[in-house]
Design a protein around this ligand. Structure first.
Ligand SMILES: [Zn+2]
Length: 242
């Protein structure tokens, strides 16, 4: 082969590596946990899609994880697009851009989108602490599954992210949470608890980002009704079960 031939071969190898290699690095392979989760979503009659984030948005645990908590969040694209705050692609892209993540995202119609393998540690909790678990301080990601609900909080909860005038242009139906979301969340929690039996069905195990990082985080906020997932409204000092 002459030098032109070698250049063609090198180019072809580069293109192949760019297409296949990058894809392999960018997404994790669904594991048996994930397969069981998907199956239980189907059995629950929920629409399910996997849109896995790049691996640098989460991490592989050093050892098998002890998962005993669920952290509930809200997310939207309201800061950029108050008229259309729930475009799934744009929201998932936002996680990708900021290299953060949660395992599961639930859209306004109750569709379940998995963004991170349940075997991996997602980046969703950040700095914080919770009564009753001092060893978890700033380390909740390792012990938890993160669930994002597409939702928008109250004016004051959203004030760190957007101007009041902009907030007031949001369609009221886009605020808070929807019935299909509560229904899906109940089923997602039931499924995740079957996979991780250390998670109790109580406020010791299941709490909000605003309870983990009060003052720093406002989600899921006052519009989230804990009683609709069978839990009491306030976690309280003891974190007792209901
Ligand atoms: Zn959050």
């Amino acid at each position: 082969m002459n030098w032109r031939g070698w250049i063609k071969v090198a180019l072809a190898m580069f293109v192949f590596a760019a297409l296949h290699g990058a894809g392999a690095i960018a997404e994790s392979i669904p594991t048996s946990f994930d397969a069981r989760f998907e199956q239980s979503m189907e059995e629950a009659g929920l629409e399910f899609e996997r849109m896995l984030l790049p691996l640098d948005c989460s991490k592989a645990p050093d050892e098998p994880r002890l998962v005993d908590s669920i952290l509930v969040h809200f997310c939207s694209d309201a800061m950029e697009n108050p008229d259309s705050p729930y475009d799934t692609r744009r929201i998932v892209d936002g996680f990708r851009r900021f290299r953060v993540s949660a395992h599961v995202l639930i859209d306004r119609e109750g569709k379940v989108i998995q963004m991170v393998s349940l075997d991996r540690t997602a980046y969703h909790a950040g700095v914080g602490r919770i009564e009753g678990a001092p060893e978890r301080e700033n380390r909740l990601n390792e012990y938890s599954i993160g669930i994002e609900l597409m939702g928008i909080g109250t004016r004051s909860e959203m004030s760190p992210f957007m101007e009041v005038e902009r907030y007031d242009t949001i369609d009221p139906k886009d605020l808070g949470y929807t019935d299909p979301q509560y229904d899906a969340l109940n089923r997602v929690i039931a499924s995740i608890r079957r996979l991780f039996p250390e998670i109790g069905r109580d406020r010791r195990s299941i709490f909000g980002h605003d309870e983990w990082s009060p003052g720093r985080k406002t989600d899921p906020g006052a519009l989230f009704d804990w009683e609709r997932i069978g839990l009491r409204r306030y976690r309280g000092e003891s974190g007792d079960s209901r």
